[in-house]
Design a protein around this ligand. Structure first.
Ligand SMILES: NC(=O)c1ccc[n+]([C@@H]2O[C@H](COP(=O)([O-])OP(=O)(O)OC[C@H]3O[C@@H](n4cnc5c(N)ncnc54)[C@H](O)[C@@H]3O)[C@@H](O)[C@H]2O)c1
Length: 340
């Protein structure tokens, strides 16, 4: 039996009390019409610590949380291979789902998740949080305005410390993580490229590199062709420092450079002009806007959220990088929809 929805404030449980589970909890603080109502983690002390910070109950078994906590929805911020089974169980319990990226580790799992949520009549949203980032949104608006002409090509490069010891061990376990830097970090880049090109990935050719004894790749290069003919490149490297996360959109009349550390620049006539500063508050703002949109949509309102079809497309594009690297060939990606 699904739990009865609360009459008043919308109650959200968080599954996974790691770094990103905590980001969701902090982002929800002070929301007028919803609240984090319970936290679950198989690591009981982690669940308890985060639950204490929000003054809510802690659980170590999500099934017990679903049955007891009187929830309307869950945020799933657990290891990647758990996203699909947890989403299916949540849907069967009548709970709306906001699942972290990557949506799942296979496109088949993505389809199962969408089917389960549809059958249960609950909302499925995927936490591609950059859709809510002010710099990304401003960049999309500038591109769509046409004032700099049409996009010609896009480059994206990002460093992320991806050596053992740099992050929890499950990220290096292929069965649990589904892959390495491409599926984990590269999904943000593939998402960003699709947003700026306003088109879905159609073909990729990729190269991945790892380390002796590691099950997942730590470094990767990919060439990406979008459905509308725009080409893009992605470079993901593993040593982390100095951290960079930059995307350039080359348009007819100017280039837009988006840097997570420096902000948004327009490069034109040999000059760089900063249009927006990077703000450390952007992450919190984006997580909050994402939760606001999810709750509004789950309640039947006009909330902005990223749907399962889009999340599945990003997973398909990332997995195509692996397939291309393995086969040494360009790989077609079934066309998915343009970013919402
Ligand atoms: N949106 C972003 O910018 C962003 C950034 C980093 C990570 N992520 C994503 O967020 C998710 C979580 O990543 P993280 O960095 O917080 O990882 P993490 O390892 O810090 O946290 C995951 C937590 O899940 C818990 N867990 C494992 N099995 C569980 C189970 N059966 N039930 C309940 N809890 C369980 C672990 O004990 C751990 O505390 C991943 O999908 C990751 O890719 C998103």
């Amino acid at each position: 039996m699904p739990p009865a929805p609360s009459a008043g404030r919308f109650r959200i449980g968080v599954l996974g009390a790691g770094g990103v589970g905590a980001a969701h909890v902090h982002a929800a603080a002070g929301a007028p019409d919803y609240e984090i109502a319970a936290i679950c983690d198989t690591n009981r002390p982690a669940a308890q610590a985060l639950a204490d910070s929000a003054a809510v109950p802690a659980y170590s078994d999500h099934r017990v949380m679903f049955a007891e906590a009187g929830l309307d929805a869950v945020v799933i911020a657990a290891p990647h291979a758990l996203h699909a089974p947890m989403t299916v169980e949540a849907a069967r319990a009548g709970l709306h789902v906001l699942v972290e990226k990557p949506m799942a580790t296979t496109t088949e799992d993505c389809a199962l998740m969408a089917k389960a949520c549809e059958a249960a009549g609950v909302l499925l949203a995927v936490a591609h949080v950059i859709h809510f980032d002010p710099v990304v949104r401003e960049t999309r608006t500038l591109i769509a305005s046409g004032r700099y002409g049409q996009p010609l090509l896009i480059t994206h490069r990002r460093s992320s410390h991806y050596e053992p010891g740099s992050r929890p061990p499950w990220f290096f376990d292929r069965a649990v993580a589904g892959g390495g830097i491409v599926l984990n970090v590269g999904t943000h880049g593939l998402d960003r490229i699709q947003l700026f090109a306003d088109s879905a990935v159609r073909r990729v050719s990729g190269v991945v590199r790892g380390r002796p004894g590691l099950e997942v790749e730590t470094d990767a290069l990919a060439l990406v062709e979008l459905d509308n003919g725009i080409n893009a490149s992605i470079a993901l490297t593993s040593r982390g420092m100095p951290y960079f996360d930059e995307t350039e959109v080359v348009l007819d009349e100017a280039t837009l450079r988006i840097s997570a550390t420096d902000g948004l620049f327009v490069l034109r006539d040999g000059q760089a002009t900063r249009l927006l500063k990077a703000d450390p508050g952007h992450q919190q703002h984006s997580f909050r806007a994402q939760l606001d949109g999810f709750v509004t949509a789950a309640r039947g309102g006009p909330g902005h959220y990223v749907d399962g079809a889009y999340g599945r497309g990003v997973v398909a594009a990332a997995l195509a990088v692996y397939e291309s690297a393995e086969r040494g060939q360009r790989v077609e990606v079934a066309a998915e929809r343009v970013a919402p």
